[in-house]
Each structure stands twice: as C-alpha cells, then as structure tokens.
Design a protein around this ligand. Structure first.
Ligand code: ZN
Length: 253
C-alpha cells in the first residue's frame, strides 16, 4: 500500500518537472546482468588472487598488465543490453525532460538505450586509447592476449577511471552543470558510498529528490520519496503510470 503511494508520488513529480537530472550507480546495471563490485553477490565473491579494487588500480594496471587484462576481459568487458531503467530515461530525454544522466557505471548502456546527455564519471569500456600516441581503439581490440598493443608498440588502456586515478575534469564539470540546472533529482541504484562521485549530489539546489535503491543510503533523509526496490522494476511501473497507452505488451522493454 505504502509502496504504491510512493511510486505514484514519484510518477507525479516526474510528470511535473522538465529538467530532471538522474544520478545512478551499479544498481542500474545489475538488472542487465552486470555484477555490482560492492554488493555481496558482486565481484568480491569471485576467485582471483587479488581483490577487484587492487586489480582495477592504476598501479596494478602497469605492474601486472596481463593479470589486469585477464580480469578485465573476464569480468568487466562483458556484453549486456540496456534494461527498463535505461530505456525509461532515454524516453524521458526524448520527451525533453532530462537535464543530464550522470552515471558511475562504465558499461555504456545509457548510450545504447539512446540517451545523449550522459556523463560517465568513471569512463567507459567503449573507449580505449594508446597510452603512447593516443590512437583510439574499438573494444574488440581489448580481447587480445595477453594484453592489447598499439601499432606504435604502446599499451592500449581502456578509458575507465581506475582506483588511484582522478575523475575527468570536463565530465565532472558537465555533471555539476546538469545538476545545478535541474529542477528534480532522481538518485537510483546507488548506495552513495563511492567518493568523489557521490559528493556531486550536494550541488543540487532543487526542492525534490526521488531516491530509488534496494538498501538505505546516507541521502535518504533529503529525499521526498524513498523507494527500496530494484530501479528497473520501479521505472517500469512509473512508465506504465506516465505512458499507459503506448506501453504494449509486445514491446522490447
Ligand atoms: Zn600508439
């Protein structure tokens, strides 16, 4: 009963606003089958010689390059499809209701769903470049064993922000701009535990926040609506409220 009320309230807020900023994390991708690094059933349970945080660090990339890429190919460079959460946000952007989509995920699924105003705080597995000459490479190149090399002999590095590396300045500034310009913030699929990314929500100046996450977060007290459920499911229900006629059963999402 209470849950339905929250979903209706969230739908009403989304209906009323036209400069919505979305701030999302790993939970947005779990429904596409991508494991969450930090959740119990995420990557920490996997058998590797080092914890994921060590493997996905700047130092490890250069000191144990082959081991890094073995893990990268196995756990990070996986094929996935956008889910209801990605599709719903793309639909809102089509309706000119989106100020920006800020994600901590590196899987590129928001772009796959058709979103344009995407700020990938931690980079993307879709972009790769030679660390010597800067030449860009397709992700397919990254499957080469033991590690991918440029024609100039340089190592090819995925454009993802590794541990020990700073966030990209332009991306952060774009994300802050999107937040400052927004009139409604939706935080979804993130426990807001990863800094500095999580600190960006402090730039929000609007009145309402919708928070959708399976577990509690430090920002729950700031939100007008808190829904502790999977975000794809919640967005699916909100979409049915907002666009009841267009949603036929046979559709792909
Ligand atoms: Zn090169």
């Amino acid at each position: 009963m209470e849950k339905n009320t929250s979903i209706e309230k969230a739908a009403e807020l989304i209906r009323q606003h036209s400069r919505i900023v979305f701030f999302g994390g790993a939970g947005v991708s779990t429904e596409s089958g991508i494991p969450d690094f930090r959740s119990v059933d995420g990557l920490y349970n996997m058998k590797y010689d080092y914890p994921p945080e060590t493997i996905l660090s700047h130092r490890f990339f250069f000191e144990h390059t082959a081991e890094f890429f073995r893990f990268y190919r196995d756990k990070i460079l996986i094929t996935a499809k956008p889910n209801k959460a990605h599709h719903f946000l793309a639909r809102l952007e089509d309706q000119k209701k989106i100020s920006g989509i800020i994600t901590q995920n590196i899987d590129g699924l928001h772009s796959d769903a058709g979103s344009k105003k995407v700020y990938e705080l931690h980079g993307s597995i879709r972009r790769n470049y030679c660390i010597k000459c800067g030449k860009p490479y397709e992700s397919t190149e990254m499957h080469k064993e033991p590690f991918p090399l440029c024609e100039c002999g340089g190592l090819i590095k995925p454009d993802v922000v590794l541990y020990e590396e700073p966030l990209d300045d332009l991306t952060v500034r774009g994300a802050i701009q999107a937040i400052v310009n927004s009139d409604l913030m939706i935080i979804g699929g993130t426990s807001l535990a990863v800094y500095p990314a999580a600190g960006l929500i402090d730039y929000y100046r609007g009145k309402d926040i919708i928070l959708i996450n399976k577990s509690k977060t430090p920002a729950d007290y700031m939100a007008s609506v808190v829904i502790n459920e999977a975000i794809g499911k919640v967005f699916g229900e909100i979409e049915r409220i907002l666009y009841p006629l267009q949603n036929d059963e046979g559709k792909d999402y």
